[in-house]
Structure formats: structure tokens, C-alpha cells
Design a binder for this molecule. Structure first.
Ligand SMILES: C[S@@+](CC[C@H](N)C(=O)[O-])C[C@H]1O[C@@H](n2cnc3c(N)ncnc32)[C@H](O)[C@@H]1O
Length: 238
């Protein structure tokens, strides 16, 4: 395989497609509002995310936004940034489209796809100033650890699409996953941990639905924040 070719996508997906409670309001929002706020990706080989916004502000990606409360809240708080949320869970997308429309937000767009595929091949290089992965599915059973999203393949895909000095913000209430993330991020030398109080994006994480659930059952929440280095002093460890 030449160095230009993308290696085959891993087969262990980090999600299971559930349409569970897809309410009629969410379905209607999906139908009515997708053309306004959705970014179609199925038939697109290369996506220039900035093309979908009215200005060229720094772009932040929320991976797996769930019901999207925190995505919408951030977009409201930070009109100086643009946001894209990517999610596979269509009821969540329906819910978030409704909230975006109610708030008339121009700085947030939504993608219905597997984040891994977007990051590995569709997004253009160096397009993201920040990436948030908040409370990714913990896949607690050992035999399912290979499904966890935050591991080397995902992190290496981020190195391609993130800008120099871009910020990666991970959060989890499942301490075994926190350890797993620490181990995997430490293998990708481009990411340097930074003190959350010194996050140059000054992006405060609003309480998310899954965080609240974790706190209710007594879990401790950990935030991990990294800055991306590129160039001679950084090295990808495979
Ligand atoms: C535990 S929920 C957390 C939701 C939200 N971030 C929060 O904190 O409330 C994880 C979400 O990630 C989504 N997800 C998992 N893997 C994904 C992938 N590869 N691409 C897009 N979304 C994914 C799931 O559908 C799920 O909604």
C-alpha cells in the first residue's frame, strides 16, 4: 500500500444504530429542517466544512452530540465560532434541528454520519480548530473495548483534520475509559496535555445529559484537554 492510500476502515463501529423513540416531532423536524441545517455527506467525497457557513470563523466539531443540548448551548454562547455536530442517532438529530431553528442559530450545522468516516477521508485537512468528544459510549465490557471511539485510529484521523494548536477536549464519567483515553492519546505524540483552565478557546463545557446521568449514579467526571502540535517536533507513533 502506498503512503497516500487510506488504510481500510476498522470494522468495530463505536455505535449501534438505534431509532428507539423517534417521536413524530423529531421526525417532522428532521424532514422539514434537514435541508436548512444539515450537511449531506453520503455522495460526497470531499467536504469543505467552511463552505456551509456564512463566514470563515474557527470551526469546532462536536462528535456524538446525543440530544444536542450542549451543542446548541455552546453555539448560543459563542457566536464568534462555528460548530458542526456529527451524530448517527437520528432522533437526536431531529431534536437538535428543532432547537437550532427555534434559536435561529446561523453558526451550527449537523451531519448524520459515522464520525470516523468523515475524519479519515471526507473532511479537508486542517479544517478544525477544536474537537469535542464528550461522554463517548464507554463500551465497558472488555470484549467491546475495540469499539471505543477514542483510540489511535481516531486520534490519527484528528491529526489530519485539526489545525496547528487546535484543541481536543475529551470528557468521560467512566474512569476505566478515562485511563484508556490517556493511554491512547499518549501514543500519538502530536497531542500535548494542557491545563483546562488555560484552554485558549475558552470553551466551557455545559453540563451534558450523559454527564448528569453519570453524576446521579455517583460517577466522577474527568475532562482531558490537549493541544495539537504538527511538524518536526511531533511524531506519529503507530
Ligand atoms: C453517550 S452518548 C453522549 C452524548 C452527548 N455527547 C452527551 O454528553 O450527552 C454518545 C453518542 O455518540 C454517538 N456516536 C457514537 N459513535 C459515533 C460515531 N462514530 N459517529 C457519530 N456519532 C457517534 C452515539 O450515537 C451517542 O449518541
Amino acid at each position: 500500500m502506498s503512503t497516500q492510500e487510506t488504510p481500510p476502515l476498522r470494522t468495530n463501529r463505536s455505535f449501534v444504530i438505534r431509532e428507539g423513540r423517534f417521536t413524530s416531532a423529531q421526525k417532522k423536524a428532521f424532514g422539514d429542517l434537514w435541508p436548512k441545517y444539515g450537511i449531506p455527506t453520503d455522495d460526497i467525497e470531499t467536504l469543505i466544512p467552511h463552505d456551509w457557513f456564512v463566514n470563515n470563523q474557527p470551526l469546532i466539531l462536536d462528535v456524538g452530540f446525543g440530544s444536542g443540548d450542549s451543542l446548541v448551548s455552546l453555539a448560543q454562547q459563542r457566536p464568534d465560532l462555528n460548530f458542526i455536530g456529527v451524530e448517527v442517532y437520528r432522533p437526536g438529530i431531529g431534536a437538535v434541528l428543532r432547537k437550532i431553528d427555534q434559536q435561529e442559530l446561523e453558526n451550527v450545522r449537523v451531519i448524520n454520519a459515522d464520525a470516523m468516516q468523515l475524519l479519515r477521508s471526507k473532511f479537508t485537512a486542517d479544517c478544525l480548530m477544536g474537537v469535542m468528544v464528550w461522554f463517548p459510549d464507554p463500551w465497558p465490557k472488555t470484549k467491546h473495548h475495540k469499539r471505543r471511539l477514542v483510540q489511535e485510529e481516531f486520534l490519527q484521523a484528528l491529526v489530519r483534520v485539526m489545525q496547528l494548536n487546535g484543541i481536543l477536549h475529551l470528557a468521560s464519567d467512566w474512569q476505566p475509559y478515562v485511563k484508556f483515553m490517556l493511554k491512547h492519546v499518549s501514543k500519538v505524540k502530536n497531542f500535548t496535555p494542557i491545563n483546562p483552565a488555560k484552554n485558549p478557546l475558552k470553551l466551557e463545557r455545559p453540563p451534558t445529559r450523559f454527564e448528569q446521568r453519570g453524576l446521579r449514579i455517583g460517577h466522577q467526571v474527568t475532562d482531558l484537554i490537549y493541544k495539537l502540535q504538527k511538524g518536526q517536533n511531533s511524531r506519529l507513533v503507530r
